[in-house]
Design a protein around this ligand. Structure first.
Ligand code: PTJ
Length: 241
């Protein structure tokens, strides 16, 4: 709520947060093995790429600005503000939050967003030519929509952090991290510290990864958990005869 009052988070961002909490409940509010695997491969891809960007929206900045800055520092990724509800004021507020958290440079603010993701109609199409426009790998935390599909169409590798494995972003990303951003990014920071020391491991981690398997496991987990919750509740509230 504080982040909303400060102007970081859009009104729809509050709803997005609630949606995330519902999925997090189903996931048991912990990092599951399929999420950890995706976090590790996402870090490997960030470390391997020459040009990489962490895309930051209002919710991401509100929830883990410091950790995003640290992940950028460890992997050499740039930070770029990219918003669905874009306004100059929000761009500046989010960039200021990232700088206060240690970022030396923040892309995607004001006139810097002179490039466009072709054919994408929302404000998310506006990108920085020094950042997302030329990046090989883009980390997209906490969004649903069609940007991921359009980024993939122009050859980018997209890493998504999304608690909802059914969202369009989750389903179209190259790597889908089904985990809460507040756990995923600190996990990725730890992993980046380790993997930076072992660059020879990166190719193997990347080659062994299958994102369809991640989505299958995440959806299977939620399905099993819903059945378990239903069974427990039916026992607690038996039918009167
Ligand atoms: O800051 P802006 O202007 O770019 O606006 C951001 C919006 C609200 C547009 C953006 O967050 C969004 O696309 O919201 P959605 O459509 O609700 O999608 C957010 C996705 O993130 C949903 O699939 C949620 O389940 C998921 N989510 C919510 N909270 C978290 C999360 N995923 C990971 N960690 C969370 N804490």
């Amino acid at each position: 709520m504080k982040a909303y009052e400060k102007g970081l988070v859009a009104t729809a961002g509050l709803i997005a947060h609630g949606r995330g909490e519902a999925f997090d409940y189903l996931l048991g509010e912990r990092t599951l093995p399929f999420a950890w695997r995706a976090e590790r491969v996402a870090v490997a891809l960030l470390l391997k790429a020459e040009r990489k960007v962490i895309s930051v929206n209002g919710n991401a900045a509100a929830l883990c600005a410091e950790e995003l800055v640290e992940l950028g520092r460890l992997t050499g990724a740039q930070l770029e503000v990219n918003l669905f509800y874009r306004s100059e004021e929000r761009e500046v507020t989010i960039a200021r939050e990232l700088k206060r958290s240690g970022a030396s440079e923040v892309l995607g603010v004001g006139a810097a967003t002179s490039a466009r993701i072709p054919e994408l109609v929302s404000a998310r199409a506006k990108v920085d030519p020094r950042g997302i426009a030329g990046a090989e790998v883009v980390l997209v935390p906490l969004e649903d929509g069609d940007r991921t599909a359009f980024l993939k169409r122009i050859g980018k590798i997209v890493l998504a952090i999304d608690l909802n494995p059914f969202s369009r972003t989750a389903q179209t990303a190259s790597v889908t991290i089904v985990d809460n951003i507040v756990r995923a990014v600190p996990n990725m920071v730890k992993e980046a510290r380790l993997l930076r020391q072992s660059p020879e491991k990166l190719d193997r981690i990347i080659l062994n990864y299958d994102n369809r398997e991640t989505l299958r496991e995440a959806i299977g987990f939620i399905n099993a958990r819903l059945l378990q919750i239903a069974r427990e509740n039916l026992q607690t509230f038996p039918k009167r005869v």
